[in-house]
Design a protein around this ligand. Structure first.
Ligand code: SAM
Length: 240
């Protein structure tokens, strides 16, 4: 997969050299390129913004500068992602769908955002999705780009060492939050690891994990429990 990220702060994307994403890049599983939007400007001040038509506070990113940057990156297969607090919520389902794409471009807004004609114009050429990380406002789209790259890249085959770790995760196929996890030592700060996890009894451990995942999800995210397909619940699930 190839991902291009365009930003006025390319240094903000430096963490993408680290950890699993960094390794995926080094091994060629992920072709990730970060571009400076200011390289697409033509004036000596490398201006990317201007005052909003209609008045009001703040500055708006110019469509012509974004046009130059994006025209050089978009191909027929590109899915253009525009982070914005007014976009569709980015979820694990979005990440799973994007992980099946061959080329993503993430355009990081700043100031009051990107001139609305950019989304409108590119919708006629490629798939465009305006995505929101959640109901709050960040200073720029770079954090959203980091989130998208990390969530998508870990789903690419070969990026996470043991693919089984992707199966039982929160927001995975089971639709639940993950059960609590523990490691050594078995007792710490007066707190003991649940006996069942030390029993070596695989069926009982699996049942405990399922029960605690259900209880935790019900307590923290009742909306997820309500969305579970009833025909996928077993008798013991229903008894909880
Ligand atoms: N004036 C915009 C509004 O009220 O919707 C907010 C602009 S925000 C200060 C600047 C940039 O940060 C946006 O263009 C977007 O790229 C990014 N951003 C801010 N909050 C975001 C969120 N919740 N999800 C995704 N991107 C966000």
């Amino acid at each position: 997969m190839r991902i291009d990220v365009v930003s006025i702060f390319p240094e903000y994307l430096a963490p993408l050299d680290l950890s699993l994403v960094g390794k995926a890049r080094a091994s060629g599983l992920l072709d990730l390129r970060v571009h400076d939007l200011r390289d697409s400007t033509t004036d000596r001040h490398r201006t990317v913004d201007d005052t909003p038509f209609g008045g009001g506070a703040g500055m708006v990113m110019r469509p012509d500068v974004w046009g130059t940057a994006l025209d050089g990156l978009l191909g027929e297969e590109t899915h253009l992602l525009l982070p914005t607090p007014s976009g569709e919520l980015f979820t694990q389902r979005t990440a799973e769908s994007l992980a099946r794409e061959s080329h993503l471009v993430v355009a990081c807004g700043r100031y009051e955002g990107i001139d609305a004609r950019v989304a409108e114009h590119y919708r006629e050429r490629v798939r465009v999705t305006e995505i929101s990380l959640g109901d709050y406002v960040l200073n720029g789209g770079e954090v959203a780009a980091l989130v998208v790259v990390e969530a998508v890249a870990r789903l690419l085959p070969g990026v996470v060492g043991n693919p089984q770790s992707l199966v039982e995760e929160s927001h995975g196929a089971a639709g639940l939050l993950e059960y609590p996890v523990y490691t050594k030592p078995p007792a710490w700060a007066g707190l003991e690891v649940p006996d069942v996890l030390l029993s070596g009894h695989h069926a009982r451990i699996a049942r405990w994990r399922r029960d605690t995942a259900l209880e935790r999800t019900a307590a923290r995210r009742p909306d997820l429990v309500a969305a579970l397909p009833v025909d996928e619940l077993d008798a013991q699930d229903l008894a909880l």
